[in-house]
Design a protein around this ligand. Structure first.
Ligand SMILES: C[C@@]1(CC(=O)O)c2cc3[nH]c(cc4nc(cc5[nH]c(cc(n2)[C@H]1CCC(=O)O)[C@@](C)(CC(=O)O)[C@@H]5CCC(=O)O)C(CC(=O)O)=C4CCC(=O)O)c(CCC(=O)O)c3CC(=O)O
Ligand SMILES: NC(=O)C1=CN([C@@H]2O[C@H](COP(=O)(O)OP(=O)(O)OC[C@H]3O[C@@H](n4cnc5c(N)ncnc54)[C@H](O)[C@@H]3O)[C@@H](O)[C@H]2O)C=CC1
Length: 190
C-alpha cells in the first residue's frame, strides 16, 4: 500500500533550495518550474550548468549561487532538494535539513526523502499528482503521459462553469453541496 499523503504546495510563497546544478538538478528544477513557473527557487552548486544559467536569465524567481554546499545556505528555506553527484554531501544535506526540521528530498535516494516529487498532469485548474510509492518513476512518467492523453482539454471549461454556477447558489453549505452533487452526478455515468 502507498501510505504517502499528497499535498499541493504554493511554492511561489515558499523558499526552495536545490543543491546541485548538473543533469539531475536541471531535471528537478525544470519539472518544478513547468508546474509552478513562479516557484521561488535557489540553485546552489559548485558548478552550475549552462542550461540552468539560461533558465535563470529569463526567470526572475530563480536565484543562482555558485559555491560549495554549506549548512548556512539552509537558513530561511522551507524545502531542500539535494541533487549533487557526491553521496556524502547529499547525506550531509539530509542530516542538516532534518536538524532544522525542513522538508528534504534527496533526488533518486528514496530512503533519504521526506517527500517524493511526482508525475504531474495539468489541465487548466485541474492538477493530478502521480506516485508509485518510489517503486517505479518510469511508470509514474508513463502514467502521466497516458493521463495527459485521455483527460479532455476542456475539463477546465467544466470546472470554470461549475465554479460560476457555485457562485450563483444562494443557501447554506448543505444546500450547495446537494445542488453541486446533483449537477455533477451524471459525469461518472459512462
Ligand atoms: C523516489 C523518487 C525520489 C525523487 O527523486 O523525488 C525517485 C527515485 C528515483 N528515480 C530514478 C530514476 C528515474 N527517474 C525518472 C523520472 C522521474 N522520477 C520522478 C520521481 C521520483 N524518482 C521519486 C518517486 C516517484 C514515485 O513515487 O513514483 C518523477 C516522477 C518526478 C520528478 O523527477 O520530478 C520523474 C518523472 C516525471 C515525468 O516525466 O512526469 C526516470 C525516467 C526518465 O527520466 O525517463 C528515471 C530513470 C529510469 C528508472 O530508473 O526508472 C532512480 C534510479 C536512479 C539510479 O538508477 O541510480 C531513483 C532511485 C530509486 O528508485 O531507488
Ligand atoms: N544524470 C542522470 O540522469 C542520473 C544521475 N544519477 C545520480 O544523480 C547524481 C547527480 O547526477 P548529475 O546531476 O548527473 O551529476 P552532475 O555531475 O551533472 O552534477 C553534479 C552537480 O553537483 C554539484 N556539486 C558536487 N559537489 C558539490 C558540493 N559539495 N556543493 C555544491 N554542489 C556540488 C556539481 O557542481 C554539479 O553541479 C549522481 O550521483 C548520479 O549518479 C542517477 C540517475 C540518473
Amino acid at each position: 500500500m502507498n501510505e504517502l499523503y499528497p499535498v499541493f504546495l504554493k511554492v511561489a510563497q515558499l523558499d526552495t533550495l536545490i543543491v546541485g546544478g548538473g543533469n539531475v538538478g536541471l531535471e528537478k528544477l525544470s519539472f518544478l518550474l513547468k508546474s509552478s513557473p513562479k516557484a521561488n527557487v535557489t540553485v546552489l552548486a559548485k558548478e552550475i550548468s549552462d542550461e540552468i544559467k539560461a533558465i535563470a536569465a529569463k526567470t526572475e524567481n530563480l536565484q543562482l549561487i555558485e559555491a560549495a554546499y554549506d549548512k548556512t545556505y539552509l537558513e530561511n528555506r522551507h524545502i531542500v532538494i539535494g541533487a549533487t553527484d557526491d553521496k556524502e554531501v547529499n547525506k550531509q544535506i539530509q542530516q542538516d535539513a532534518k536538524a532544522k526540521h525542513l522538508l528534504v528530498n534527496i533526488a533518486d535516494t528514496p530512503e533519504l526523502c521526506d517527500f517524493y516529487l511526482g508525475g504531474i498532469v495539468t489541465k487548466g485548474n485541474v492538477k493530478i499528482a502521480i506516485s508509485t510509492n518510489g517503486k517505479s518513476p518510469t511508470t509514474a512518467k508513463r502514467l502521466r503521459q497516458f493521463l495527459e492523453e485521455v483527460i479532455p482539454d476542456d475539463i477546465n471549461e467544466m470546472v470554470e462553469n461549475i465554479h460560476q454556477y457555485r457562485d450563483t447558489l444562494k443557501g447554506d453549505f448543505e444546500y450547495k453541496v446537494e445542488a453541486l452533487n446533483k449537477l455533477t452526478k451524471e459525469l461518472l455515468v459512462k
